[in-house]
Design a protein around this ligand. Structure first.
Ligand SMILES: *Cc1c(COP(=O)(O)O)cnc(C)c1O
Length: 442
């Protein structure tokens, strides 16, 4: 039995939060640690393509996809069906105890999709952080070296190692140290702020690695092809290829973290394809399984085979229901050609955002690719990041019916991550609500 499709329209039956959401809010406050706050002022009941229905019957416009997860739409029909069918047959064996075909199928699909010609292999995990952790384990064992290089504005997760690789202190790291050793942060490429071309930015980063870490000590360079939580920062052309070349020249493993950018989000299966970058290892998660928890490390067979039998895994890793969801998600992306959809949606939305920018000096930069777009908000007098304006704008837009996220090391970036199945008219209406919220935030 599937949930009836939701009308693809905004509907505000009550102010947000409505009475049921308020009651849940009180129960949550009494029963959950206050760390588990949420940005949307209500509780979800159902989702469908571009719409999220709350517990009071309000229908919000989804411009977040649960942080770039429900690329194919929430509760997408094929995914829901695959999950239900799989759950009736096999919910768990633990792959290291008894194997099943779905896991192998997901691996085969990812090996075929990942950029590059070399033979590839894939290992599955649960969360993005776990995938990054395992990529680092593999890189260390393969190279026999300890150091891991990460960038300013990076986000790689919230476990000890990935939190150590993450740049922003609050809320991700504050008071949670000491952090994992042998992690080194160097500047990246942030054209809006540093004004450097890609080659120059890479020289700056790599000179620091050479002088402060030493190339011979580097196991892995971990990069996001477009930095996500750090501010949807698109590096200058040439930056990523230069890092790839350096890794190649020095025997370090290039780990491309595509957890937010990957699986069609930016208009290609992998964002690094844009500049022809071929990762040694690539991590995926968020968009991979249509809302079920699943992550992957895909990469060069020689690196993936660097560790012996039993050395990778975890009780739930590559859960059969999550694998079924992933296969349905990948089928949906292929059959609905959601990579093309992401590119088209990106072009029209960027044009709209640039029109706003031409009339509003508080919009410092409009950037992104496909279904991963952002506005960086600044104080026009000083050019400094304007976190307060960003927070006010987002709060107003949320009250007016958007599910909307901000990001950025300085919390001054509004990010757009709509499900790629959102109807054009609904997306346009969502952008109108955002434009009004920004215009009204003086
Ligand atoms: C979200 C994210 C992670 C962490 O994924 P979790 O599933 O939250 O552990 C890692 N890297 C990037 C680029 C991300 O966006």
């Amino acid at each position: 039995m599937s949930h009836p499709p939701l009308p693809q329209s905004l509907h505000l039956a009550t102010p947000l939060p409505g009475p049921r959401a308020q009651a849940l809010d009180e129960r949550a406050a009494a029963s959950l640690p206050r760390a588990l706050s949420a940005v949307t002022p209500t509780f979800a009941h159902a989702t469908d393509r571009g719409v999220l229905e709350d517990v009071d019957g309000n229908r919000l416009i989804d411009l977040a996809s649960g942080i770039a997860v429900t690329t194919v739409g929430g509760a997408a029909p094929r995914v829901a069906q695959a999950v239900a069918a799989q759950a009736r047959e096999l919910t768990h064996t633990s792959f290291t105890v008894t194997r099943y075909e779905g896991y192998v199928q997901v691996a085969e699909r990812l090996n075929a999709l990942a950029p590059g010609e070399l033979p590839r292999k894939t290992a599955l995990f649960n969360s993005g952080a776990e995938a990054v952790e395992n990529a680092v384990k593999l890189a260390r064992r393969h190279t026999g070296r300890p150091a891991v290089i990460c960038l300013d504005h990076a986000f790689h997760g919230r476990t000890l190692l990935t939190m150590s690789l993450t740049a922003k202190v609050s809320p991700y790291k504050d008071g949670f140290g000491p952090f994992a050793p042998e992690t080194y942060r160097v500047p990246g490429s942030y054209p809006f702020r540093d004004g450097l071309d890609g080659a120059t930015a890479a020289e700056r980063s790599l000179a620091q690695v050479d002088s402060q870490v030493g190339a011979d000590n580097v196991a892995a360079v971990v990069i996001e092809p477009i930095q996500g939580e750090g501010g949807f920062i698109v590096p200058a052309p040439g930056f990523l290829p230069a890092l790839q070349q350096w890794c190649h020249d020095h025997g370090a493993v290039l780990v491309v973290d595509e957890i937010q950018t990957g699986i069609a989000r930016t208009g290609a299966w992998f964002a690094c394809e844009d500049e022809g970058v071929v990762p040694d290892l690539v991590t995926t998660a968020k968009g991979l399984a249509g809302g079920m928890p699943l992550s992957a490390v895909t990469g060069r067979a020689d690196i993936m085979d660097a560790v012996g039998p039993g050395s990778l895994g975890g009780t739930y890793c590559g859960n059969p229901v999550a694998c079924a969801a992933a296969l349905a998600t990948l089928d949906t992306i292929e059959e609905e050609d959601l990579c093309s959809r992401a590119r088209a949606l990106g072009q029209t939305t960027l044009a709209t955002l640039r029109r706003w920018q031409a009339q509003d000096p508080r919009i410092g930069e409009v950037r992104g690719r496909g279904g991963m777009l952002a506005l960086e908000l600044v104080d026009p007098a000083t050019g400094r990041p304007d976190a307060a304006l960003t927070a006010r704008t987002a709060a107003t837009a949320r009250r007016n019916g958007l599910v909307l996220l901000t990001c950025g090391t300085d919390s001054n970036v509004i990010r757009l991550l709509p499900p790629l199945t959102i109807p054009d008219e609904l997306l346009a209406q969502g952008l109108d609500i955002l434009a009004d919220a920004l215009a009204g935030s003086r």
